[in-house]
Design a protein around this ligand. Structure first.
Ligand SMILES: CC(C)(COP(=O)(O)OP(=O)(O)OC[C@H]1O[C@@H](n2cnc3c(N)ncnc32)[C@H](O)[C@@H]1OP(=O)(O)O)[C@@H](O)C(=O)NCCC(=O)NCCS
Length: 162
């Protein structure tokens, strides 16, 4: 696998990332310890954390946050400012008052299947599966699994009746 994006762009942090071929990464991104598949495009101000996996031919739009525990399939659209969540009960400190370490919280894993699209500003809570080809509306809060091919919207996200 090639070790770098195909384009140059200033002000991006790339550390220990496994890139496929023809990946495009714009400026002001922070990508570390993750995998990004062939032909995927990562917009500006995106952070992808250690442990996250993104498939081939995805579009990750600006200002989105993809954290540890998230697996994204092929051909997935992630809109602007989409936030993934992997900690149900976050806390700064552990019992005793010291800052939490990785041993103090439970990682929740989320899967976004091939061809799904997630609208801008959506929040995807931990531990859900967004089915293949599903569409999540802008601003939705996804708290349960989304069926394959379904369109969901709202807070909490529910299937849109057509
Ligand atoms: C969810 C979505 C696909 C629905 O599109 P649609 O099927 O054409 O639905 P409509 O526009 O006909 O709206 C149907 C109903 O859902 C509501 N609705 C539409 N989108 C909604 C959303 N994101 N959140 C909450 N309600 C929504 C509408 O108000 C309407 O309600 P009403 O019947 O009470 O008036 C679309 O609105 C959306 O959010 N797409 C994502 C766009 C996006 O984020 N693009 C990324 C970057 S540009």
């Amino acid at each position: 696998m090639p070790g770098q994006p195909v384009n140059d762009a200033p002000h991006r942090l790339i550390d220990d990332v496994e890139f496929g071929s023809d990946v495009v990464v714009y400026s002001f991104t922070s990508l570390y310890g993750c995998r990004i598949g062939d032909g995927t495009r990562v917009g500006p101000f995106v952070e992808v954390q250690r442990g996250a996996e993104i498939g081939a031919r995805c579009k990750i739009q600006s200002h989105s946050f993809i954290c540890d525990g998230i697996t994204i399939g092929d051909g997935v659209f992630v809109g602007h400012g989409v936030m993934f969540i992997n900690d149900k009960r976050p806390a700064a400190t552990a019992a005793g008052g010291a800052l939490q370490t990785e041993a103090d919280w439970e990682l929740m894993r989320t899967i976004v299947e091939d061809g799904a699209s997630i609208g801008s500003g959506a929040i995807v809570l931990g531990g859900v599966r967004i089915g293949a080809g599903a569409l999540v509306g802008a601003g939705a809060v996804v708290s349960r699994d989304v069926a394959e091919g379904a369109t969901v919207a709202g807070v909490p996200a529910r299937a849109l009746l057509r």
